[in-house]
Write a protein that binds this ligand. Structure first.
Ligand code: CMC
Length: 435
């Protein structure tokens, strides 16, 4: 059972409307303390107002820690660069779900379990055929992942810990199969079944790129790069999609439906859709000589254009994932012999210019993970529409870990924010004939 580790430590006082209230201060293990405002409305009749939740902690969590100013990202305490370098995605899944790195035996059992849940119900495959061939694969993901709840009834009881575990394993294992089918369907190619003797990333690459007429030979550098991309995207604290999963789950909705909600949230260009948008932007820029024009546009308040792949709500320093991603990008381009990829030149020059520009320095806008992931994924053969799907595949374990933590937290209540109302006050209905 999940246990709170929050430590109450003193209180702050707040005086409003002549009334002074004490707001308990709560300490975590690291990071800013929080003010407990749970009784604020009861004691003062006031709500807090925080659109975009820039100063609001929505839950207690023991999974992922980010220090955005220092550019630090830890999964269960372990730095992301160490995990990306030394671990595997399956091991990271275990770590995120269980809180500790597995022993050899635990890892073997977990890996075996995930490998044995990769297949989809035969009838599930017919779902894909209901979509238009030109449907965006994220639309297919939202629909089909939600539909998992219609197939796996035996793991939708959120109050049963065993059912929760089975649902977790099913989603981690089946997500590559669903994602690969979303791709194959749009490419007009037959679905390729999973091969359980392959590791997670190799199996996924094969399901995407093998065809019945020709088998797919795993390139270990590409499989390792894929695995690393999954590790880098596995969790990221209380971002928009994770908060969506938690909010959906707070009403008691089943885990498959909650993850589908997370996928929907991830789709937006300000979140997971940014890797697709970043690559489209690099293509639009096209050549190094056009960079100044785009930098100028990004700085123009009257132009909605933003440099995609730059800036982050939390990181006000170089995104630690972007550093690993940049290295991985170079490795992939090297092994594929496309080092001279013109988009990489544009990306590197754009990064250099932006990092020296007063506007970007002052606003602390650094490249984020999406800046280099698009180039890497495209070089690996994925169409841009698939980029966010890969992000969703990798983030599934983070969503599940966060959802499980929430379900196990005894202080969990339905998420129900309030509002600052500025609409019409009460008025009488005017009949249509009098309007
Ligand atoms: N290009 C130009 N200006 C920018 C950019 C950018 N990419 N990002 C932020 N700004 C400016 C913005 O105009 C604002 O200026 P001002 O203070 O003069 O109004 C200031 O920087 C702060 O921006 P904000 O929109 O208030 O910041 P936010 O925390 O709400 O937004 C963000 C964060 C990621 C949505 C934003 O930086 C952005 O739109 N970036 C481009 C999209 C992107 O790359 N998203 C991927 C995020 S990482 C992947 C993930 O975790 O999902």
């Amino acid at each position: 059972m999940w246990e709170s580790k929050a430590r109450p430590e003193g209180a702050a006082t707040l005086t409003v409307n002549g009334k002074t209230v004490e707001l308990p201060v709560i300490k975590g293990s690291v990071g800013p303390d929080v003010l407990d405002i749970r009784n604020l409305y009861r004691d003062t009749g006031m709500f807090t107002y925080d659109p975009g939740f820039t100063s609001t902690g929505s839950c207690e969590s023991q999974i992922t820690y980010i220090d955005g100013d220092a550019g630090i990202l830890l999964y269960r305490g372990y730095p992301i660069d160490q995990l990306a370098e030394k671990s595997s995605f399956i091991e990271v899944c275990y770590l995120l779900l269980h809180g500790e790195l597995p022993t050899q035996e635990e890892l073997k059992t977990f890996d075996w379990t995930i490998r044995r849940h990769t297949m989809l119900h035969d009838q599930f495959d017919q779902f894909f055929r209901g979509f238009r061939r030109d449907a965006h694969p994220m639309a297919v993901m939202v629909g089909t992942v939600g539909a998992l709840s219609a197939f796996y009834h035996d793991s939708t009881d959120i109050n049963d810990p065993k059912a929760r575990t089975v649902a977790s394993h099913r989603m981690i294992a089946k997500m590559p199969t669903i994602a690969a089918r979303a791709y194959k369907y749009s490419a007009g190619q037959p679905f390729i079944s999973p091969r359980n003797e392959l590791d997670y990333a190799s199996n996924f690459l094969r399901m995407c790129f093998a065809v019945p007429a020709e088998d797919y030979e795993t390139n270990h550098v590409l499989a390792r790069a894929m695995d690393r991309i999954f590790i880098l995207h596995a969790d990221h604290e209380q971002n928009a999609s994770t908060s969506t999963v938690r909010l959906a789950g707070s009403s008691g909705a089943n885990p498959f439906a909650c993850i589908a909600a997370g996928i929907a949230s991830l789709w937006g260009p300000a979140h997971g859709g940014a890797n697709e948008a970043a690559l489209n932007m690099l293509e639009e820029i096209g050549t190094v000589d056009r960079i100044p024009e785009f930098i100028r546009r990004a700085k123009d308040k009257n132009d909605p254009f933003r440099l995609m792949g730059f800036g982050h709500r939390v990181y006000k320093n170089y995104d630690p994932r972007a550093k690993v991603m940049q290295k991985t990008c170079h490795e992939v381009l090297d092994v594929l012999g496309v080092r001279d990829e013109p988009l990489l030149k544009v990306a590197m020059e754009l990064e250099k210019i932006a990092l020296e520009d007063e506007y970007f320095i002052e606003k602390k806008l650094y490249p984020n993970i999406d800046f280099y992931s698009g180039i890497t994924l495209r070089a690996m053969g994925f169409p841009t529409e698939m980029f966010t799907v890969l992000f969703a595949l990798a983030r599934t374990v983070g969503w599940i870990a966060q959802w499980s933590e929430m379900v196990e937290d005894p202080s969990q209540r339905i998420g129900r924010p309030r509002q600052l109302f500025t609409g019409a006050t009460e008025r009488d209905y005017v009949p249509l004939s009098s309007r």
